[in-house]
Design a protein around this ligand. Sequence first.
Ligand code: SAM
Length: 288
Amino acid sequence: MAALGIPANTIEILRKYKFNAQKKYGQNFLVDPRVLDKVVEAAQLTREDYVLEIGPGIGTLTRYLAERAGGVTAVEIDKNLIPILEETLADCHNTVVLNEDILKVDINGLVAQQNQGKPIKVVANLPYYITTPVIMALLERHVPFKSITVMVQKEVAARMQAGPGTKDYGALSLAVQYYTRPEIVAQVPPNCFIPRPNVDSAVIRLTCHEKPPVVVKDEALLFALIRAAFNQRRKTLANAVGNAPGLPYSKEETADALEKLRLSATVRGEALSLEQFAELADFLGNLY
Ligand code: SAM
């Protein structure tokens, strides 16, 4: 199989199958071998690793993964790519392609079936329209993983790494940092893809924490508070929590809790660190 990761070979295979990239599926195929090398290097794959790839496209990255990992499951939504993948991955005997929507797949079930429930590595050039739901699903459903190495829109990578008090800081930053250690490993310009996306991209690796960096009694309450805070980002945290339909705490109770934690009663959620959100969750969780 000729290397797909160079423009001429990708164009040839797309022509052969009369395949037109679908915007609605975020189809931007990687055509830069240096970037492909960077992605797999960042994932630090060995034969001990089982990989879940989301959106294999025409199989360019998949071939790199299959060569290095013990096994790969690649989940692709577009049925028109399946015949192409049958050709491009014909000699990858450790690779399984599933024609599914990743947002509808029982990923924990898949890991149980393919890797006996042991932690996997996720590696993908993600379709950008579902980056946040995919990452949140992996984190919130407690999918066992060692790391997630993904190409995402540059701004989304920045949000994952952002700290309190910055414009990029939000619910995604806190969820990512609660479960993982994020590191941006490469910046990738639009000319590394066919067709070119309208945005700059970055490769980010999220390494699963062995122990969460903060201990909280009720994880669900922690994330409910975080969601409330950033759903109404311009409001004070006390107001945002007081208004949140799913939370029983009044504005006054929240303001009082913040003061007990030596924070201002009028602070906004964007100023609180993960530790401070955890303290607030523990304090409020004791009220009822
Ligand atoms: N991995 C290939 C590469 O690097 O060249 C393609 C990456 S392209 C950015 C994203 C891929 O994800 C496309 O193949 C697209 O069809 C697929 N995709 C989009 N939405 C999906 C979904 N909900 N579930 C699974 N795959 C999806």
